[in-house]
Design a binder for this molecule. Structure first.
Ligand code: ASP
Length: 317
């Protein structure tokens, strides 16, 4: 068995060539950060939170700084974290300018009796714990917003009918939510996911990323999983928990994510969709699979000199 192990993703979708390099560098940096945390005695929770925070600060991903914009040109960020040791979990949503949504998710998990806090209440909690603020707006996101909105005004898209929207707008598949799963030296697993959500989403829309079981799940009896892609699909299939169930029933991490993507392909057949999954099991075996064009991801485990990063994993169409 190898420990510690970390796997991170920077989102499914289509990674355009001009953005590939920053994406790959970003996931490598995140994997390295999380791995170092655990090598220095930190827990799997410490590792996934720090790895996700690195990607939230990067600007290359749809999480934290650089989050995608909703239809009103505002960012509404969300994140979650789960500790496989005791099934403790925390999530925060509808965040305007918390610099690291994943840190607020951790506060919800560790400092409150709740699992999910959104909006004004979440902002108040961030104030209480003196979390840093940062305007998440970037020029790139404003440019994307204008392009997508223009297309919508020309009648090429329809909200909230996601299916026809993504059919006519393949660029909406540029999903760059971030996530991390880890197994620490003590044998504990954790998962965390953070996102700006789906481009041009309606205000108030919550995706899979902050929903425990949908975008994020971790249990020491099975392993940990983080999802990316169209949140509504992951919610309807309770995808991250499904992957953990597969692992608990004996599948390897790789078979579990592949079977979950097959489940998406069969049960959501006919709906254009784009999903990516990463997982680690309690033996330190990892898995990554997607039905999107790309999955930007990286992993780091003992005996490797540096993290391995790629824009694809096992693709199942
Ligand atoms: N899953 C995210 C959401 O639907 C989007 C993504 O993965 O980029 O909010």
């Amino acid at each position: 068995m190898q420990k510690p192990v970390i796997v991170v993703h920077g989102g499914a979708g289509t990674w355009q060539p001009e953005r590939s390099q920053p994406g790959l560098e970003g996931v490598k940096k995140a994997a390295e950060t999380g791995f170092d945390v655990m090598m220095n005695g930190g827990s799997a929770v410490d590792a996934v939170v720090e790895a996700v925070a690195v990607m939230e600060d990067d600007g290359a991903f749809n999480a934290g700084y650089g989050s995608t914009l909703n239809i009103e040109k505002r960012a509404e960020m969300e994140a979650s974290v789960m500790d496989g040791r005791n099934l403790q979990a925390g999530a925060a949503g509808l965040l305007k300018d918390v610099r690291n949504p994943v840190r607020l998710a951790r506060i919800v998990m560790e400092k409150t009796d709740h699992v999910f806090v959104v909006g004004e209440g979440a902002e108040k909690l961030a104030n209480l714990f003196k979390l840093e603020r940062r305007n998440p707006l970037t020029e790139l996101r404003i440019k994307y917003y204008e392009q997508q909105k223009q297309a919508m005004l020309e009648g090429k898209s329809e909200l909230p009918k996601l299916a026809s929207l993504v059919k006519s707008h393949p660029e909406l598949f540029d999903l760059e939510t971030v996530g991390a799963v880890a197994l620490d030296k003590e044998g504990n697993v954790a998962a965390a996911t953070s996102t700006g959500g789906f481009p041009l989403k309606l205000p108030g829309r919550i995706g899979d990323s902050p929903l425990i079981g949908c975008g994020t799940y971790a249990d020491n009896r099975s392993g940990a999983c983080s999802a990316t892609g169209i949140g509504e699909i992951a919610i309807r299939l309770v995808l991250a928990k499904t992957v953990c169930n597969y692992m608990e029933n004996g599948k390897t991490a790789q078979d579990a994510v592949e079977d979950a993507i097959r489940l998406v392909n069969t049960r959501m057949a006919g709906i254009p969709n784009s999903m990516g999954l990463i997982a680690v099991n309690t033996r330190g075996e990892i898995g990554a699979a997607h039905n999107s064009a790309n999955l930007c991801w990286a992993y780091f485990m003992p005996k490797m000199r540096e993290p391995a990063a790629s824009l694809t994993a096992k693709i199942l169409k």
